[in-house]
Ligand binder design. Sequence first.
Ligand SMILES: [Zn+2]
Length: 346
Amino acid sequence: MGGRGLVNIEQLYQRRLVLLAHHLRASRDDLVQACCELMLQSPSRRSVFSMAGDVASSLALCDVLNFSSDQLRTAVVTSQRKKLLNTLYAKPLHGKFFTWVHSSVINTARSFRWLQCSMHGESESSIFAIQDQVLCTRSYQAKIMKIPVQSILCRLCQEQEESIQHLLSGCPALASTSYLRRHDMVGRVLHWHLSKCFKLPLSAKHWYDHQPLPVVENDSAKVLWDFSLQTDVHVPSNRPDLVLFLKHEHRIMFFEVSCPADVNVPNKEQEKLTKYQPLIREFSECHGQPVSIIPVVFGHSGVVSVHQQDYLKQIPNYNENLFNSLQKAAILGTVNILTSLNIGCT
Ligand SMILES: [Zn+2]
C-alpha cells in the first residue's frame, strides 16, 4: 500500500520479529542483555527469540547475529521473496506461466519490462489475469470452476476448445480483425520509428496516431509497408511487413512482426527467419545488395525470447524507448481483444 504495492502482513510480522530479536541481542544495555539471558535460559515457545529462530530456520537463515541490521533486513526480504516465488512456481495452474517464463529460451527481465512503463491499472491487471490463467473462459469454467457449461468450444468459431491461448492468439474468427489490429499496432510503432529516424514523412506526432503509407522515400531511405515484392523467380512468401532500403549503405532489411501466444514466441521467431529465406536470396540477387531479416516477435502478454534483443539492436537508431513502445503496443492490442470479448477474470 502507499504506492509500494500490497504488503504481505505475515511476512512483515516475521521480518519485524527477526529484526527485533537481532536488535535485542545486539543491544549493549546491561538490563536488556540480562533480560535476553533470562529468556534464553528458560526458552518458551512464545519468547521473541524462539519465534524469531523458527522464522529464521524457515527462511534458511544461519548465523544471523553476525549480520548488521541492514544486512539482516536484506537477507530476510530476499529469502521471503524466494519462498513466495517457489510457492508460485509449484502451483500447477497459476504457476505454469511463471515457471515457463524463467526458462532458458525466454528473456525474463525484458518480458516484464512493460511493468516499468506507464500503463493503466486495468491493463496491468488484465495481463496478470492472463498470466495467472484465471480468465473466465468456457474451458476454465468447466474444468477448474466445475460449472456446468453447454459447450467448451470457442464462443466465436465453435471449432476449438475455448482456452486463453485460443482466444488471444489462435481463434480463426479473430485472425483478420483483432489479431491483425494488434499486429499492425506493433508494425506502426516500427514504421513510425524508421520514418522519424530517416526524416521520412510522418502522418502524426505519436506512433499510435501514425497511419503508414505503402511507400515513403527520400534520398537516404525507402520504407515499404505491407507491400508485395517482385522477384525474377516467384517465391510464395513475398510480403514482409516492412522493408527498409538503406540507400547510402546499399543494403536492405526486412521486418516481420508477430504477436503469437506467449508459449509460441521462440518457434514463431524461428519460423519468421526461415520462411523468408527464398525471398531474401531472390531479392538480394535482383538488387545486388545484402538483405537481412529482423523478426519482431512479442508474445500476447509481452514475452520476448532470449534472442529478441539481438535482433532488435539491428534496427537503425534502436533504443529502449522503441522496445518499450513495441512491447506496449502488443500488450495494449491484447487488452483491446479482451475488452471486446468482455471476458472477466475469476
Ligand atoms: Zn475460436
